[in-house]
Design a protein around this ligand. Structure first.
Ligand code: NDP
Ligand code: 8X3
Length: 251
Protein backbone atom coordinates (compact mmCIF):
# COMPACT_ATOMS: atom_id res chain seq x y z
CA UNK A 1 0.00 0.00 0.00
CA UNK A 2 1.41 3.40 -0.99
CA UNK A 3 2.02 6.00 1.69
CA UNK A 4 -0.26 9.01 1.53
CA UNK A 5 0.67 12.63 2.20
CA UNK A 6 -1.94 15.37 2.59
CA UNK A 7 -0.70 18.88 1.81
CA UNK A 8 -2.71 22.03 2.51
CA UNK A 9 -1.90 24.99 0.25
CA UNK A 10 -0.38 22.91 -2.55
CA UNK A 11 -1.33 25.19 -5.46
CA UNK A 12 1.89 27.20 -5.10
CA UNK A 13 5.17 27.68 -3.24
CA UNK A 14 6.27 25.20 -0.55
CA UNK A 15 3.12 23.09 -0.81
CA UNK A 16 3.50 22.62 -4.55
CA UNK A 17 7.23 21.81 -4.21
CA UNK A 18 6.39 19.27 -1.47
CA UNK A 19 3.80 17.63 -3.72
CA UNK A 20 6.48 17.22 -6.41
CA UNK A 21 9.08 15.92 -3.92
CA UNK A 22 6.79 13.33 -2.33
CA UNK A 23 5.28 12.24 -5.66
CA UNK A 24 8.79 11.77 -7.01
CA UNK A 25 9.49 9.41 -4.08
CA UNK A 26 6.42 7.27 -4.79
CA UNK A 27 3.91 8.77 -2.35
CA UNK A 28 0.27 9.24 -3.27
CA UNK A 29 -0.56 12.86 -2.58
CA UNK A 30 -3.73 14.73 -1.62
CA UNK A 31 -3.35 18.33 -2.70
CA UNK A 32 -5.49 21.10 -1.23
CA UNK A 33 -5.99 24.79 -1.98
CA UNK A 34 -8.73 27.12 -3.16
CA UNK A 35 -7.56 27.48 -6.80
CA UNK A 36 -8.90 24.32 -8.40
CA UNK A 37 -7.40 25.09 -11.84
CA UNK A 38 -3.86 25.19 -10.40
CA UNK A 39 -4.43 21.96 -8.46
CA UNK A 40 -5.81 20.12 -11.52
CA UNK A 41 -2.82 21.29 -13.56
CA UNK A 42 -0.46 20.00 -10.85
CA UNK A 43 -2.31 16.68 -10.62
CA UNK A 44 -1.95 16.13 -14.38
CA UNK A 45 1.75 17.04 -14.30
CA UNK A 46 2.59 14.79 -11.32
CA UNK A 47 0.56 11.78 -12.45
CA UNK A 48 2.18 11.88 -15.88
CA UNK A 49 5.73 12.43 -14.62
CA UNK A 50 5.78 10.04 -11.64
CA UNK A 51 3.00 7.56 -12.36
CA UNK A 52 1.59 8.15 -8.89
CA UNK A 53 -1.96 8.93 -7.71
CA UNK A 54 -2.96 12.48 -6.89
CA UNK A 55 -6.28 13.49 -5.30
CA UNK A 56 -7.43 17.09 -5.53
CA UNK A 57 -9.29 18.36 -2.45
CA UNK A 58 -10.51 21.92 -2.91
CA UNK A 59 -11.48 23.74 0.25
CA UNK A 60 -10.83 26.91 2.17
CA UNK A 61 -9.06 26.01 5.40
CA UNK A 62 -10.78 28.98 7.10
CA UNK A 63 -14.20 27.40 6.64
CA UNK A 64 -14.74 24.80 9.35
CA UNK A 65 -17.72 23.13 7.66
CA UNK A 66 -15.92 22.97 4.29
CA UNK A 67 -12.87 21.38 5.91
CA UNK A 68 -14.86 18.64 7.70
CA UNK A 69 -17.09 18.04 4.66
CA UNK A 70 -14.05 17.66 2.38
CA UNK A 71 -12.44 15.16 4.74
CA UNK A 72 -15.71 13.21 4.97
CA UNK A 73 -15.69 12.97 1.15
CA UNK A 74 -12.19 11.48 0.87
CA UNK A 75 -12.63 8.20 -1.05
CA UNK A 76 -12.13 4.87 0.78
CA UNK A 77 -8.76 3.93 -0.68
CA UNK A 78 -7.32 7.30 0.48
CA UNK A 79 -8.55 6.96 4.05
CA UNK A 80 -5.25 6.75 5.88
CA UNK A 81 -2.94 9.70 6.07
CA UNK A 82 0.72 9.00 6.84
CA UNK A 83 1.93 12.59 6.63
CA UNK A 84 -0.05 15.82 7.02
CA UNK A 85 1.74 18.98 5.91
CA UNK A 86 -0.08 22.00 7.38
CA UNK A 87 1.30 24.55 4.96
CA UNK A 88 -1.61 26.78 3.81
CA UNK A 89 -0.93 30.25 5.09
CA UNK A 90 -0.27 33.85 4.25
CA UNK A 91 0.78 37.28 5.39
CA UNK A 92 -1.30 40.31 4.44
CA UNK A 93 0.25 43.76 4.73
CA UNK A 94 3.33 44.96 6.56
CA UNK A 95 2.14 47.92 8.59
CA UNK A 96 2.54 49.48 12.00
CA UNK A 97 0.05 48.06 14.51
CA UNK A 98 -1.94 51.31 14.64
CA UNK A 99 -2.13 51.56 10.84
CA UNK A 100 -2.77 47.90 9.93
CA UNK A 101 -6.04 46.65 8.45
CA UNK A 102 -8.26 44.63 10.80
CA UNK A 103 -9.63 42.56 7.90
CA UNK A 104 -6.07 41.51 7.07
CA UNK A 105 -5.60 40.47 10.69
CA UNK A 106 -8.79 38.39 10.63
CA UNK A 107 -7.71 36.64 7.43
CA UNK A 108 -4.27 35.77 8.80
CA UNK A 109 -5.64 34.46 12.10
CA UNK A 110 -8.40 32.51 10.32
CA UNK A 111 -5.98 30.94 7.81
CA UNK A 112 -2.72 30.44 9.71
CA UNK A 113 -4.17 29.47 13.08
CA UNK A 114 -7.78 28.35 12.75
CA UNK A 115 -7.18 26.73 9.33
CA UNK A 116 -4.31 24.69 10.74
CA UNK A 117 -6.28 23.42 13.73
CA UNK A 118 -9.42 22.69 11.69
CA UNK A 119 -7.45 20.67 9.13
CA UNK A 120 -5.54 18.74 11.77
CA UNK A 121 -8.64 17.98 13.85
CA UNK A 122 -10.65 16.89 10.82
CA UNK A 123 -7.87 14.58 9.59
CA UNK A 124 -7.01 13.13 13.00
CA UNK A 125 -9.03 9.88 12.59
CA UNK A 126 -7.25 9.20 9.26
CA UNK A 127 -3.83 10.07 10.68
CA UNK A 128 -4.39 7.62 13.55
CA UNK A 129 -4.82 4.81 10.98
CA UNK A 130 -1.21 5.21 9.82
CA UNK A 131 1.53 2.97 11.21
CA UNK A 132 4.02 5.90 10.99
CA UNK A 133 2.00 9.10 11.44
CA UNK A 134 3.73 12.48 11.07
CA UNK A 135 2.39 16.03 11.20
CA UNK A 136 4.50 18.85 9.75
CA UNK A 137 3.49 22.42 10.59
CA UNK A 138 4.82 25.41 8.64
CA UNK A 139 5.82 28.07 11.12
CA UNK A 140 8.32 30.81 10.31
CA UNK A 141 11.31 32.72 11.65
CA UNK A 142 8.57 35.35 12.10
CA UNK A 143 7.65 33.63 15.38
CA UNK A 144 10.33 36.08 16.62
CA UNK A 145 8.66 39.43 16.19
CA UNK A 146 9.90 42.17 13.85
CA UNK A 147 8.70 45.73 13.21
CA UNK A 148 5.37 45.82 11.32
CA UNK A 149 5.04 42.05 11.69
CA UNK A 150 2.48 42.22 14.55
CA UNK A 151 -0.37 39.79 13.73
CA UNK A 152 1.51 37.71 11.13
CA UNK A 153 4.26 37.14 13.73
CA UNK A 154 1.61 36.32 16.33
CA UNK A 155 0.07 33.66 14.06
CA UNK A 156 3.46 32.02 13.54
CA UNK A 157 4.17 32.14 17.29
CA UNK A 158 0.81 30.39 17.65
CA UNK A 159 1.90 27.70 15.15
CA UNK A 160 5.01 27.18 17.29
CA UNK A 161 2.93 26.76 20.47
CA UNK A 162 0.35 24.55 18.73
CA UNK A 163 3.15 22.32 17.43
CA UNK A 164 4.51 21.93 20.95
CA UNK A 165 1.02 21.21 22.22
CA UNK A 166 0.30 18.60 19.53
CA UNK A 167 3.64 16.93 20.28
CA UNK A 168 2.66 16.56 23.94
CA UNK A 169 -1.01 15.63 23.45
CA UNK A 170 -0.40 13.20 20.59
CA UNK A 171 2.62 11.54 22.21
CA UNK A 172 0.46 8.64 23.41
CA UNK A 173 -0.50 7.88 19.77
CA UNK A 174 3.12 7.84 18.54
CA UNK A 175 2.50 10.75 16.18
CA UNK A 176 5.63 12.68 15.18
CA UNK A 177 5.14 16.46 15.11
CA UNK A 178 7.71 18.63 13.34
CA UNK A 179 7.56 22.41 13.14
CA UNK A 180 9.51 23.92 10.24
CA UNK A 181 10.45 27.60 10.48
CA UNK A 182 11.81 28.98 7.19
CA UNK A 183 13.26 32.41 6.63
CA UNK A 184 12.81 34.44 3.44
CA UNK A 185 11.88 32.21 0.50
CA UNK A 186 10.83 33.39 -2.94
CA UNK A 187 7.33 32.08 -3.67
CA UNK A 188 3.98 33.83 -4.19
CA UNK A 189 4.16 34.77 -0.49
CA UNK A 190 5.39 38.37 -0.90
CA UNK A 191 3.12 39.09 -3.85
CA UNK A 192 0.17 38.00 -1.70
CA UNK A 193 1.47 40.00 1.27
CA UNK A 194 1.80 43.19 -0.80
CA UNK A 195 -1.49 42.53 -2.61
CA UNK A 196 -0.07 42.26 -6.12
CA UNK A 197 2.44 45.15 -5.80
CA UNK A 198 5.39 43.54 -7.61
CA UNK A 199 7.93 46.23 -6.69
CA UNK A 200 7.31 45.90 -2.93
CA UNK A 201 7.27 42.12 -3.24
CA UNK A 202 10.63 42.06 -5.06
CA UNK A 203 12.28 44.44 -2.54
CA UNK A 204 12.08 41.77 0.15
CA UNK A 205 14.68 39.74 -1.75
CA UNK A 206 16.95 42.69 -2.74
CA UNK A 207 20.61 41.69 -2.48
CA UNK A 208 19.72 38.19 -1.28
CA UNK A 209 19.85 34.70 -2.68
CA UNK A 210 16.73 33.58 -0.80
CA UNK A 211 15.57 30.04 -0.12
CA UNK A 212 13.55 28.42 -2.89
CA UNK A 213 10.39 26.39 -2.41
CA UNK A 214 12.42 23.32 -3.42
CA UNK A 215 14.99 23.98 -0.65
CA UNK A 216 12.18 23.93 1.90
CA UNK A 217 10.55 20.84 0.37
CA UNK A 218 13.91 18.99 0.48
CA UNK A 219 14.24 19.71 4.21
CA UNK A 220 10.63 18.69 4.91
CA UNK A 221 11.11 15.47 2.98
CA UNK A 222 14.33 14.75 4.90
CA UNK A 223 12.47 15.10 8.22
CA UNK A 224 10.09 12.36 7.08
CA UNK A 225 12.87 9.90 6.13
CA UNK A 226 14.37 9.43 9.61
CA UNK A 227 14.11 6.09 11.45
CA UNK A 228 10.87 5.50 13.41
CA UNK A 229 12.53 6.32 16.75
CA UNK A 230 13.91 9.70 15.58
CA UNK A 231 11.89 12.92 15.29
CA UNK A 232 13.04 16.43 14.42
CA UNK A 233 10.77 18.51 16.63
CA UNK A 234 11.70 22.01 15.59
CA UNK A 235 13.78 23.15 12.64
CA UNK A 236 14.80 26.66 11.50
CA UNK A 237 16.21 27.12 8.00
CA UNK A 238 17.26 30.36 6.35
CA UNK A 239 19.37 31.34 3.40
CA UNK A 240 23.03 31.89 4.32
CA UNK A 241 22.56 35.67 4.17
CA UNK A 242 19.88 35.64 6.88
CA UNK A 243 20.64 35.16 10.60
CA UNK A 244 17.11 35.38 12.00
CA UNK A 245 13.86 37.29 11.47
CA UNK A 246 15.68 40.66 11.52
CA UNK A 247 19.35 40.43 10.51
CA UNK A 248 20.39 40.10 6.85
CA UNK A 249 23.69 40.48 4.99
CA UNK A 250 22.45 41.98 1.72
CA UNK A 251 25.00 42.41 -1.10
P1 NDP B 1 2.47 30.82 -1.38
O1 NDP B 1 1.66 32.08 -1.39
O2 NDP B 1 3.34 30.54 -2.56
O3 NDP B 1 1.51 29.57 -1.10
C1 NDP B 1 0.51 29.62 -0.14
C2 NDP B 1 -0.44 28.47 -0.35
O4 NDP B 1 -1.45 28.52 0.67
C3 NDP B 1 -1.15 28.52 -1.69
O5 NDP B 1 -1.17 27.22 -2.25
C4 NDP B 1 -2.55 28.97 -1.34
O6 NDP B 1 -3.48 28.35 -2.24
C5 NDP B 1 -2.72 28.35 0.05
N1 NDP B 1 -3.76 29.02 0.84
C6 NDP B 1 -3.81 30.30 1.26
N2 NDP B 1 -4.96 30.54 1.90
C7 NDP B 1 -5.67 29.37 1.87
C8 NDP B 1 -6.93 28.99 2.35
N3 NDP B 1 -7.72 29.86 3.00
N4 NDP B 1 -7.36 27.71 2.17
C9 NDP B 1 -6.56 26.83 1.51
N5 NDP B 1 -5.35 27.14 1.03
C10 NDP B 1 -4.91 28.40 1.20
O7 NDP B 1 3.34 30.91 -0.04
P2 NDP B 1 4.48 29.96 0.57
O8 NDP B 1 4.56 28.68 -0.13
O9 NDP B 1 5.72 30.78 0.69
O10 NDP B 1 3.92 29.78 2.04
C11 NDP B 1 3.53 28.53 2.57
C12 NDP B 1 3.59 28.61 4.09
O11 NDP B 1 4.91 28.89 4.50
C13 NDP B 1 2.72 29.69 4.72
O12 NDP B 1 2.17 29.17 5.90
C14 NDP B 1 3.71 30.81 5.04
O13 NDP B 1 3.27 31.60 6.11
C15 NDP B 1 4.95 30.01 5.39
N6 NDP B 1 6.23 30.69 5.25
C16 NDP B 1 6.60 31.30 4.08
C17 NDP B 1 7.85 31.91 3.98
C18 NDP B 1 8.31 32.63 2.77
O14 NDP B 1 9.22 33.48 2.88
N7 NDP B 1 7.79 32.35 1.59
C19 NDP B 1 8.80 31.84 5.10
C20 NDP B 1 8.30 31.19 6.27
C21 NDP B 1 7.07 30.62 6.32
P3 NDP B 1 -4.82 29.03 -2.84
O15 NDP B 1 -4.52 30.48 -3.04
O16 NDP B 1 -5.06 28.25 -4.08
O17 NDP B 1 -5.84 28.77 -1.79
C1 8X3 C 1 7.77 34.57 6.14
C2 8X3 C 1 9.13 35.06 6.44
O1 8X3 C 1 10.39 37.06 7.42
O2 8X3 C 1 8.78 37.51 5.67
O3 8X3 C 1 7.20 33.95 7.24
O4 8X3 C 1 8.04 36.95 7.87
S1 8X3 C 1 9.06 36.74 6.89
Amino acid sequence: MSKIVFITGASSGFGKACAEKFACHGYDVIINGRREDKLLELKEHLEKKYNTAILVSVFDVRNRNEVFEAVKNIPGEWQHIDILINNAGLALGRDYFDEADIDDWDTMIDTNVKGLIYSTKALMPLIKKSSSPHIINLGSVARDVYEKGNVYCATKAAVDILSQSMRIDLLRHGIKVTAIHPGAAETEFSLVRFKGDEDSAKKIYDGLTPLTAEDVADVIYYCTTLPPHVCINDLVLTCTQQANAIYFNRK
